[in-house]
Design a protein around this ligand. Structure first.
Ligand code: NAD
Length: 245
């Protein structure tokens, strides 16, 4: 489905991002993953190599425009085009507001919102030059319903939706589509870190009767990245088993 396309996935070293890298590779894209540090990037690359999947990886600071731009410049020089950016890197939170410091709140916004802005800004000159592009953001079920603790996280994901819908309008004249996927509870390290007492009752309320798997989310990204979605932009696609929390 992605033959000849060049795809960049931030937060591509584990969880939803790593599975998205796999699915994109299985669909014949050239894939470049970004991670937060060299060790995790190297580990993801060698894990994929063992599976017969060759990818490149970088670890720019996603909040430094020049650093990210210079990586995109290298990618553009090598492949002559950058077709798909998936802004997936993210962190969550689960403390009540009284226990959350201002700097903890800010660090969530810094990655989930500011880095999405910076990485998008850095890729745009290349997508505009190529008159083609797809930008996909990882939102969350909590961007629709909120959540009862860790307010920085839903706050950031509401912003992801606003950014997605607004950029879709701004970039449509350039042939660039912008959409988001809003996963429900998905089986990754992010969820493994949360207390069982918090997660298990939530899973029981999911109408489809199971937790989401990273592949469920990756398949939604695949569809939105592909030409099958060529008339879809500004959409927040829920992939959550009809969970409503
Ligand atoms: P994860 O913790 O397994 O992976 C997070 C990824 O983000 C990693 O690849 C990591 O390298 C990267 N990352 C973290 N901090 C970074 C930093 N400072 N700079 C650069 N990269 C950094 O989490 P996941 O569950 O795979 O989450 C991926 C995305 O999906 C996130 O945006 C998350 O908010 C969203 N999401 C997850 C769930 C879920 O239930 N797991 C539900 C809804 C949305």
């Amino acid at each position: 489905m992605l033959e000849g396309k060049v795809v960049v996935v931030t937060g591509g070293t584990r969880g939803i991002g790593l599975e998205t890298v796999r699915v994109m590779k299985e669909n014949r894209a050239e894939v470049i993953l970004f991670g937060s540090k060299k060790e995790s990037v190297d580990m993801a690359i060698s894990k994929l190599k063992e599976e017969g999947l060759e990818v490149e990886g970088y670890y720019p600071n996603l909040n430094q425009l020049e650093e990210v731009s210079s990586v995109f410049q290298k990618i553009q020089e090598k492949y002559q085009h950058i077709d798909v950016l998936i802004n997936n890197a993210g962190i969550s939170a689960n403390k009540k507001i009284e226990e959350t410091s201002v700097s903890e709140f800010e660090s969530i916004i810094q990655l989930n919102v500011n880095a999405m802005f910076t990485v998008t800004k850095a890729v745009l000159p290349f997508m505009k030059e190529n008159k083609n592009g797809v930008i996909l953001n990882t939102s969350s079920m909590v961007s629709i319903y909120g959540q009862s603790a860790g307010v920085g996280y839903p706050t950031s994901k509401f912003a992801v939706n606003g950014f997605t819908k607004s950029m879709a309008l701004e970039l449509a004249p350039f042939g660039i589509r912008v959409n988001a996927v809003a996963p429900g509870i998905t089986n990754t390290d992010m969820v493994a870190k949360l207390p069982k007492e918090m997660i298990e009752p939530l899973i029981k309320t999911i109408p489809l009767g199971r937790i989401g798997e990273p592949r469920d989310i990756a398949n939604a990204f695949l569809f939105l990245a592909s030409d099958l979605a060529s008339y879809i932009t500004g959409v927040i696609l829920s992939v959550d088993g009809a969970a409503r929390s």
